[in-house]
Design a protein around this ligand. Structure first.
Ligand code: TRP
Length: 336
């Protein structure tokens, strides 16, 4: 196994990436490669648990990859790949299915939510979704998994499966799986919706005006921020309970300019909401300008993106295959 701690995260190629994904997640990942082995994967196998249009799915994977790189995730120092390119995911998932109980999967709140939402397609893949996620994580000996609140239950299940398997097949100094920990970002900005600032800005949100998308043109950004809900009273003050809308805009301004919230409160003391919002819009537009420019270049070079994925899959498979081999040996399968 490996000496450096390992970070792994999976990204669903669905919806559109938002400013919240960038400021709340991707930006925190950038410095990690100095101290960790980092694996980031587009989970296309997970995506097909709900119906996808093939052409849209393919383009979205290219789009997400280009955006991650444009946000600063360097493919040299981070292994960027597509889940379906590394066969070990599906293979380990099958094995882990046999070590996961029906009752455990029935209790997963995401399964309950999604099966309520897609009543005409409650397929076995949707039910087994958390097992595939466990395979994703355990294949790489991941020590740290950056996840949002909605994925904590799946990570808990991953830990249970890993411990269960280790208890059956491991030996004190020769565990089969590393038991992963969730990674809570240190001070990562938590960006909320513009129309509903009490819920996180989401990439699959239905209301177009609730989120700022990384590829929104400047005038769209400005218009959405101008229409963002603010709160009663007129002061620009950080107070999540009393002023969730203004507080969210302050968080966005702080994260995009690098200034502190108290400094911003001072600067905008006595300002109207209109002037404050204009400053927020300008800061977001400036922050996204280089990302969007870099994205356009990357997006035009499809062969370049494909080369990143091929290289990523190759590097990912080295580690994933070693784990799968360990598992097959433990199970008593004849070595390949
Ligand atoms: N289930 C995660 C989500 O919906 C995506 C995911 C798949 C993932 N495999 C993973 C996240 C492994 C972290 C680690 O957001």
């Amino acid at each position: 196994m490996n000496n450096r701690p390992t970070v792994l995260s999976g990204i669903q190629p669905s919806g559109r990436l938002t400013l919240g994904n960038y400021l709340g997640a991707i930006k925190n990942w950038l410095p990690l490669s100095a101290t960790h082995d980092c694996y980031y994967m587009l989970v296309d196998l997970h995506a097909i648990t709900v119906r996808q249009d093939p052409a849209v799915l393919r383009e979205r994977c290219y789009e997400f990859l280009a955006l991650y790189i444009a946000c600063g995730l360097d493919p040299k120092n981070n292994v960027l790949f597509v889940q379906s390119h590394v066969a070990a995911h599906a293979r380990l998932s099958w094995v882990l299915n046999c070590y996961t109980q029906f009752g455990e999967l029935s209790r997963m709140t995401q399964f309950k939510d999604k099966s309520a939402k897609h009543v005409d397609n409650i397929n076995a893949g949707l039910f087994g979704y958390p097992v595939l996620m466990a395979a994703d994580i355990l294949l790489y000996d991941a020590t740290h998994v950056p996840v949002g609140d909605d994925q904590k239950q799946h990570l808990e299940l991953t830990r249970d499966i890993a411990q269960r398997f280790n208890n059956i097949y491991g030996a004190p100094k020769h565990e089969i799986f590393v038991v992963p920990e969730p990674m809570i970002p240190p001070v990562g900005a938590r960006i909320m919706g513009l129309q509903d600032p009490t819920a996180k800005m989401s990439k699959s949100d239905d209301a177009e005006t609730n989120a700022l998308y990384l590829l929104d043109p400047p005038d769209t950004i400005t218009r959405k921020i101008k229409r963002a809900v603010t709160d009663v009273g007129a002061e620009v003050r950080f107070d999540i309970a009393e002023k969730p809308g203004v507080s969210n805009l302050l968080s966005i301004l702080a994260a995009t300019t690098g200034e502190s919230i108290p400094a911003l409160e001072e600067r905008f003391a006595g300002s109207q909401y209109g002037a404050f919002k204009a400053a927020v819009a300008e800061a977001v537009v400036e922050c996204l300008k280089p990302v969007q420019a870099r994205y356009q270049e990357l997006r035009e070079d499809r062969d370049g993106l494909l080369a990143v994925l091929r290289d990523g899959a190759e590097r990912a498979a080295v580690r994933a295959d070693a784990t799968l081999k360990r598992v097959h040996e433990a199970l008593g399968f004849i070595p390949e």
